[in-house]
Design a protein around this ligand. Structure first.
Ligand code: PEP
Ligand code: MN
Length: 304
């Protein structure tokens, strides 16, 4: 009889470790792209905003575009706070088909008006391969949401839409699955990809926060790919009061930026994700922290 202390070396189909990354994502993996050195990041540019060049990028805006008045009010607050880009969903992935699904193309038109007024580049979600071309006509950056991270035809479609892509991590995705998804976009010739950690499902998710913010993944991403990575503290926590400390923590972990939901409560309570929305004043403090932190790092680098 075999000695049980010897154990059994098992290889499980489909299970990935970081050793598999050169095979899973050769276009994006550090090991197979020595040109990026051990620590350089590919700079991804979106309408003059540069991800991965050292200065953190703050993207903020409503969860959903709900009206012209609401979106413009939030866009002005985002601009006033000093953020770099505007977010807002025109097509919303909702748990129930009976919930507000977004304003569709009308929402895209409102985002365009908000960009014209504020000068902020727009990122918005696309969920359907049939709508990639349409959304790409309005957006400066296409967002792939958590629920669609492994929608491979959609990834291929955004890969040749000619726009940078914000790829949110699936809520139960491993690092290998996330980078494998990014590789689908890269395989179409589009390496302008920014990754976004947005909280994962783990045993504590839902008990005292919406998801579990996995900041540990940030250094792992930085070690294994040259793509920039940002953090969404809003969906990760689901609680407005946690968004500011989570943002600071994300930057301390090396995040290249933040994706934050903001509301203008004077124009009404948001129909979508109201409890995680922060106000413009809080956003301004986060932006100030991000800039200050960057300056401190530059100062420390020069002194070293
Ligand atoms: C969003 O950012 O609008 C969103 C729906 O987030 P997620 O896909 O991460 O749930
Ligand atoms: Mn939301």
């Amino acid at each position: 009889m075999a000695d049980s202390s010897e154990g059994v070396a098992m290889k499980i189909s489909g299970q990935l470790t970081v050793d598999d990354l050169p095979r899973v994502c050769p276009l994006l993996c550090r090991q197979t792209n020595p040109g990026y050195g051990g620590d350089q990041t590919r700079v991804v540019e979106v309408g003059g905003v540069r991800f991965g060049n050292g200065s953190p990028v703050v993207i903020a805006g409503p969860c959903a575009v709900e009206s012209h008045e609401q979106t413009l009010a939030v866009a002005r607050a985002v601009k006033h706070a000093g953020a770099d880009m505007l977010r807002g969903g025109a097509y919303k992935p909702r748990t129930s088909p009976h919930d507000f699904q977004g304003m569709g193309v009308e929402g895209l038109c409102i985002l365009r008006i908000a960009r014209e007024e504020t000068g902020l580049p727009i990122v918005t979600e696309v969920m359907d391969t049939r709508l990639v071309e349409q959304v790409a006509q309005y957006a400066d950056m296409l967002q792939i949401g958590s629920r669609n991270m492994q929608n491979y035809p959609l990834l291929a479609e955004v890969g040749h839409a000619g726009k940078p892509v914000l790829l949110k991590r699936g809520m139960a995705a491993s690092l290998g699955e996330w980078l494998g998804a990014a590789e689908y976009i890269a395989k179409q010739g589009n390496l302008n990809i920014v990754l976004c950690e947005r909280g994962i499902k783990a045993f504590a998710a839902g008990e005292y926060s919406r998801y579990v913010l996995d900041l540990n993944v940030i250094p792992a991403v930085l070690a294994n790919t040259f793509l920039p990575v940002i953090v969404d503290p809003s969906h990760a926590t689901g609680i407005a009061s946690m968004v500011e400390p989570a943002s600071r923590a994300a930057l301390e972990f090396g995040s290249h930026g933040l994706l934050i939901e903001v509301a203008d409560f004077a124009t009404g309570r948001p129909r979508c994700d109201a409890d995680q929305a922060i106000d413009g004043k809080t956003l301004a403090r986060i932006v100030k922290f991000a800039h200050h932190r960057h300056e401190q790092l530059l100062f420390a680098q020069r002194a070293a």
